[in-house]
Design a protein around this ligand. Sequence first.
Ligand code: NAI
Length: 289
Amino acid sequence: MNVGIIGSGTMGSGIAQVAATSGCKVKLYDTNQAALDKAKVALDKILNRLIEKGRIDETEKSRIQSNIEYVDSLKDLSDADLTIEAIVENLDIKKKVFSELETYVSNDCIIASNTSSLSIASIASSLKNPERCIGIHFFNPAPLMKLVEVIPAIQTSKETLEKSVQIISDWKKVVAVAKDTPGFIVNRVARPFYGESLRIYEEGIADFATIDWSLKTLGGFRMGPFELMDFIGNDVNYTVTETVFTAFYFDPRYKPAFTQKRFAEAGYLGRKSGKGYYYYDENGKKIEN
Ligand code: NAI
């Protein structure tokens, strides 16, 4: 099966690894050559780490790498059976890419978006054949996280849904089908998780570390809310909150917090910038105080 991935950032490169590991021929496309180069180097590092841990051998590494081609033109995805878009979380930009993509791919190619929070119906409306459009939402890091939400829009055909569920299951992921509503399942539940934690901090009830400690030690969460926001990126996370809040007609349950807005504005993005609610070294490892 031929898979086209649009956007070779955090999510696109992870999804490419998942598809290539399952034996698909992947074309990973980005407008930014540096992002393509970075994705290639990052995959090499990840696969070397898997070899060190004894999970794969050199032959498997070469097989996965040879299944991925790094391309700099959208036209190169013309032979895809499935495309998954993972570019910037901006509806207008996504719609533009989708309508161009449709002119290159065959009529039965499934055109999917990995959006965290945008309406699949809106994205699908940019296509002449919107019934082939669907949300396929991976979690970060895509190769490790088992769950994938599959989101049919009101325009999506039954065939597109069934095929998508089959493909993602073949990629050894667990599928949850969700309706096309802001944040779907996980990102909707996660909004109050982050929001309430930020409010507890803003009200001076506890600091970041204490809130994280409480939820991990007492609540059984693997990561605390501030660690998770740093992991996802305060810019990405803030944008999702803002989108969900607006899409729910400004329901106060999803109201974004100024603390996170200011952190995003200051460039305190989390692991990727070396500073967020905590400090990180050049390998993204948290520096303990
Ligand atoms: P990222 O910023 O790491 O990567 C985005 C990539 O898209 C960049 O390499 C950029 O050069 C490229 N790009 C931008 N415009 C483009 C265009 N017009 N054509 C081709 N490439 C283009 O972003 P990330 O975090 O991978 O997010 C991508 C999508 O996945 C977003 O919709 C986001 O909401 C969603 N998502 C993000 C998650 C996360 O934890 N970061 C989790 C699940 C979904």
